[in-house]
Design a protein around this ligand. Sequence first.
Ligand code: ADP
Ligand code: ZN
Length: 734
Amino acid sequence: MSGPPLFYPHGARIAVLTQEVVGILDYLAPEGGVRLGQLVVVPLGPRRVMGAVWGPGTGDFDPARLRPVARLVDAPPLAPEMIEFLTRMGEYTLTPLPLMLRMATRAPDLDQPPSARRVIHLAGAAPERMTDARAAVLQVIAEYGGAGFAPAELAQLAGVSPGVVQGLVKAGTLAETLAPRDLPYPRLDPDLPGKPLAPDQAEAALRLRAAIASRAYGTTLLRGVTGSGKTEVYLEAVAECLRQGRQALVLLPEIALSAEFLNRVEARFGDRPGEWHSGITRGERRRLWTMAAQNHVGMVVGARSALFLPFADLGLIVVDEEHDSSYKQEDTVYYSARDMAVLRASIAGAQVVLASATPSVESWVNAGLGKYARLDLRARYGSAELPEMGTIDLRQQEMEKGRWISPRLAAEIRARKDKGEQSLLFLNRRGYAPITACRACGQQIGCDHCDARMVEHRFQNRLVCHQCGATKPIPVACPSCGVEGKMTAIGPGVERLAEEVAERFPNARASVLSSDLFHSARALKQAISDIGAGETDIIIGTQLVAKGHNFPRLTLVGVIDADLGLQGADMRAAERSFQLMRQVAGRAGREGGEARGLALLQTYQPDHPVIRAILSGQDEEFWDAEAAGRQAAGMPPFGRLAGIILSHPDQPVVEDYAHALARRAAPLQAIGAELWGPAPAPIARVRGRYRVRMLIHAARQAPVQAAISQWLALAPKAPTNLRLAVDIDPQSFL
Ligand code: ADP
Ligand code: ZN
């Protein structure tokens, strides 16, 4: 394959992709020349902006007026492979290239030479005078480890003013020094003995090793129930990749990045991998970015954005819990990290492993069509068995008013508690109560900026909007009728469930796992590891607990409201409910031994097809039926969808514009696509902006992106303040 030249001598005309809206502009190569992909700082009007050398200059801008590159950034250049990936992903997701470049250069301070960077780190004993603010700073250092913080970062993480940090420097507790050069990560040793594998694990590992040794692209769906040993198997694939001298990336849903997982990696390879997620410091981000570019980090474990790290020689991408909806980003750039992992691997000649107990229908179909290889682990590892599953028919239980744990479930919890085992109560609702209403007039409290109800959060003692995050105090008098003292909470959230648990099991230790109750990713990890160590009897959690944690003493899972989510209008409602409940149920009885797990679903509709599918254990039949339904309707992956989301502070403005767009949809008609809408979005107002959606439906092979680009290029001029987003392969229709 012949790409653009890799080097441009002094004075050559080069194209630089800037991070600004203007995109690609021509410049002159600086003294000493410049490499393709080199990050540079270029003049743009009176400003200086960062960009990357993108190829030979092509514009017809007057050569005499071309300006030279101002300076090179002290960072490794983007590889041609990365340039191709960003270009193709930009085309696929219809994302402008400057935004793609920003995603690929998300490491902070890249344009600062190390000599200009200062960091704060621990240097001495605790200060004599301790204040809450000082304690908060020391707490952050303890949580993140001692690698060093940018001065402003430390204050910000601790929620204190920069003066507090400076005070600790003066007191000698902290010191400010120049950042050392970024150090390579410790080498992982793939040849340390792994666990002896069970026969089906060994077979799967063998196949993956062979695939990686081929050094060619391929994708494998690795399916097996929770606890069947998928992680063990893909760690063997990582080992082979490391033996080849190539790099391996393991993507996990953010919240599953537990200490437990890192410990397993350390046990297998003798040291820790590089970590990339919201809980690492700026210094660590920069280090990982530069080391990835130089193959000085063998294995990276990260959240979805780790896919944009500049790996020098990527040989394997594992997407664990591949069906998880957190792999889809739906803001600024709309993309699926799972699908883009496949794109990146196909460019890099790398292998992809998609691991899941409950794959997405898309991956299931791709495996069925032979586009992906498929490996199955059929049983749980060792003596551990799948939990027994059953329903509790709430129509036949005497439920007390204001209580959500049925007598039958309560008895099971008590029995576990007496044996020193853990129970998990699952309710996918954050906060205390989903509705706050006035008993006098029936008015429900809504958000002032969104089309959403406010949710009471009793720990914060406020009402919170889950759309925009706005909060307000719980009113004493009803804002509608003015009657005082009649505001009442309706329905349960995890906080209210915790209250019920405290009342009914006063001697049990309970903990609530909900994303809003932890101030940092680290704090959450700590809570999870405490639970794993057995310091809790009853865990109350949202979907946070469904993901990849090992709680060895957990033998009972109670799903408080299995009906929640069954009724969605979205084509994935059944699939999502199935995945979530399977996954939650799979938390029980992972360790085997005497205690076989039990999962009980509280429901008013025990005969609902999804509930029946979960109980029957006939997963393949369930997916086949879902896939057949999608095929009959021409839905993904048998057909293609793209969402168009428009918003504006004025409802008529956005509606008029959407209709104007819809009237000129000839380019879409030309490829045989249908345009549905415009219609008000199900959540019609968010943050004070009115939202309108359109949905494009086309055949699988139709050139949807090209048609959408043409269509939008012909669009009438947009009113100021209008936002338009294109969501290729949408997952959410809200
Ligand atoms: P999954 O990723 O499919 O949920 P894991 O790989 O986490 O499954 O395995 C479940 C449990 O079984 C873990 O505690 C793991 O350490 C253990 N396990 C899996 N395979 C083996 C093996 N071959 N030898 C010993 N323990 C194993
Ligand atoms: Zn709101």
